[in-house]
Design a protein around this ligand. Structure first.
Ligand SMILES: Cc1ncc(COP(=O)(O)O)c(C=O)c1O
Length: 376
């Protein structure tokens, strides 16, 4: 059998077996509905509240400020649309930036169609947002700044603390898409002046289909719900809670917290080895995005003289992607790399590599050989 190595952990991660074990009883034995008022319901509710506590503690927030959703996409939709639809704001302007995930860009575009003004701040050559440019974009009617913590394609970490400070000074709400960082990089919503934050379990070895939205109710008391029904989750997200997924999410967070320093160190070392091997043999290789402000598990290469159309086919033995999972599904060159100044050809001749908890040295040696062979 031909060896396959998974190096697309920024798209999704395999579930940790400990997460799976924690979830299992909640499918068949402890199957109660947490809204029910009997022992089955109570034990389900207890499990849900335990996970909510783990998640809220991780970001230094109160339990009640966490709303469970189906993932980061839904959380972002709830925050942006919910805010725009709230009666409190008549004239509306939102600031975001050009390399956000489609979940933010497309939701903003949908709001633009409804008359909301959106400013898209450009990024610098290293892929980071300059906080001054966010500051310069602020208007009297700005209600929200939406900037991701780390980019899903190039792994670049934005200066969230500085941008949060600007938002605080100007009394503007701040949304941070933490899909790539939650539980991997410590974050403190109070210190960083974050009013909305998202996270998703499937990026941290948990199940797919579960995420959260953190809401700072003190600054934003009247968010408009997007899913109506039984009034679950403080009336903001109706629907019976998926208890096994929520239990798995909590367990995944616990495991990340215990292991994160060692994991981040190991992944950075392996990632840097891969960079050395690839750039040593292919000196024309370009590295996209800042190396100093970057997720330890991510690297994004451009191979300038390569035909991008056949690149992923030639790399069939390693699971990497060109662009993010959603843009590679559309077979379009990455808009993130184009925002960094690459033309379409260069953007196509690029790959994103995401290491994970289960990546080992052998995988990296194999991937380096496959990449070098394919490009040469
Ligand atoms: C930065 C970022 N935001 C949002 C999302 C969407 O997350 P989900 O799959 O939980 O909807 C992803 C994952 O694809 C992501 O990487």
């Amino acid at each position: 059998m031909i060896k396959q190595v998974y190096l697309d952990n920024n798209a999704t991660t395999p579930m940790d077996s400990q997460v799976f074990s924690a979830m299992k009883p909640f499918f068949m034995e402890k199957f109660g509905n947490p809204a029910s008022r009997h022992s089955y319901g109570w034990s389900a509710k207890e499990a849900v509240e335990k996970s909510r506590k783990i998640i809220s503690t991780e970001i230094h927030a109160k339990s009640r400020s966490i709303i469970f959703t189906s993932g980061a996409t839904e959380s972002i939709n709830l925050a942006i649309k919910g805010l725009c639809q709230s009666q409190k704001y008549q004239r509306k302007h939102i600031i975001t930036q050009v390399t956000e995930h489609r979940a933010v860009l497309d939701t903003c575009a949908a709001m633009e169609n409804k008359g909301v003004d959106i400013t898209y701040v450009e990024v610098e050559k290293d892929g980071r947002v300059d906080p001054q440019k966010v500051c310069d974009a602020i208007r009297d009617d700005t209600i929200l700044v939406a900037i991701m913590h780390a980019n899903n394609e190039i792994g670049v970490i934005h200066p969230i603390g500085d941008i949060g400070e600007i938002c605080r000074e100007n009394n503007i709400l701040f949304l941070v898409d933490g899909a790539q960082t939650f539980a991997k990089i410590p974050i403190n919503v109070k210190e960083m002046n974050i009013d909305f934050m998202t996270g998703t379990a499937h990026k941290i070895y948990g199940p797919k289909g579960i995420g959260f939205l953190y809401i700072n109710y003190e600054k934003c008391p009247d968010l408009h719900p997007q899913i109506h029904g039984g009034g679950h989750e403080r009336g903001l997200r109706s629907g019976t809670l998926p208890v096994p997924q929520i239990v798995g999410f909590g367990k995944a967070v616990e495991l990340c917290i215990v292991n994160r320093e060692a994991e981040n160190r190991k992944q950075k070392k392996l990632r840097d080895n891969l960079i050395d091997k690839v750039t040593g043999s292919l000196p024309n290789t370009l590295i996209n995005g800042s190396l100093d402000h970057r997720l330890p598990n991510n690297i994004n290469f451009t191979f300038p003289t390569t035909d991008g159309d056949s690149l992923l086919i030639k790399l069939e033995h390693i699971a990497v992607s060109s662009g993010s999972a959603c843009t590679s599904a559309k077979l379009e060159p990455s808009y993130v790399l184009q925002a960094l100044g690459h033309n379409k050809e260069l953007a196509k001749a690029s790959i994103r590599i995401g290491l994970g908890r289960f990546t080992c040295e052998d995988d990296i040696c194999y991937a380096a050989e496959e990449i070098i062979k394919a490009i040469k």
